[in-house]
Design a protein around this ligand. Structure first.
Ligand SMILES: Nc1nc2c(c(=O)[nH]1)N=C([C@H](O)[C@H](O)COP(=O)(O)OP(=O)(O)OP(=O)(O)O)CN2
Ligand SMILES: [Zn+2]
Length: 158
């Protein structure tokens, strides 16, 4: 069954297109969250995390960009596609020590690697510099996270 948009609502859409009340060119942060489950263990670490164990990780990706005529700075769908391809699909239900480049799989190391992956994806997809990565946050447990920002990564725009 198809639903026809009422004439009144169509007109409202046209009004919005014509309206002066637009926030385009204003920079806005846009964020999306993901979860994935992985196993890992730490090296050079005395404590329970030296043994093989798992986490439900939570990843938050924050991007920033100028709002366009539609009122969108970066489509949530694009953030999802990039994060899935570059991170989630590679790490979900995997043994991190095996699938990540050689690193101790701490939240700190992983979040920097994730930032680099996402920054590279924005460039290769042609979204940068209109869209920039602002912050990446990785929760290892509900109470522990590591994060990097554009400033910490030396990527602040002049
Ligand atoms: N700075 C860091 N400290 C620790 C890391 C890390 O990546 N960076 N990692 C670990 C372990 O991987 C461990 O699994 C997580 O430790 P912890 O937060 O203590 O885990 P809990 O399940 O005990 O968390 P609660 O939320 O307090 O129950 C260790 N340290
Ligand atoms: Zn752990």
């Amino acid at each position: 069954m198809t639903y026809e948009i009422p004439k009144k609502v169509q007109t409202l859409g046209e009004d919005i297109q014509r309206s002066e009340l637009k926030y385009h060119d204003r920079e806005v942060l846009v964020s999306k969250e993901f979860t994935f489950d992985s196993a890992h263990h730490l090296h050079c670490y005395e404590g329970k995390c030296k043994s093989l164990h798992g986490h439900t990780y939570k990843l938050q990706v924050v991007m920033r960009g100028k709002v366009d005529d539609r009122g969108i700075s970066i489509d949530f769908v694009d953030i999802k596609q990039i994060a899935k391809e570059r991170i989630i699909d590679r790490l979900d239900h995997r043994y991190l020590n095996e699938v990540l480049p050689p690193m101790n799989t701490t939240a700190e190391n992983m979040v920097v690697w994730m930032y680099e992956q996402l920054r590279e994806a924005l460039r290769s997809e042609g979204l940068f510099p209109a869209v920039r990565l602002e912050e990446v946050r990785l929760w290892e447990t509900p109470t522990s996270y590591a994060a990097v920002t554009a400033r910490l990564m030396g990527d602040d725009p002049a």
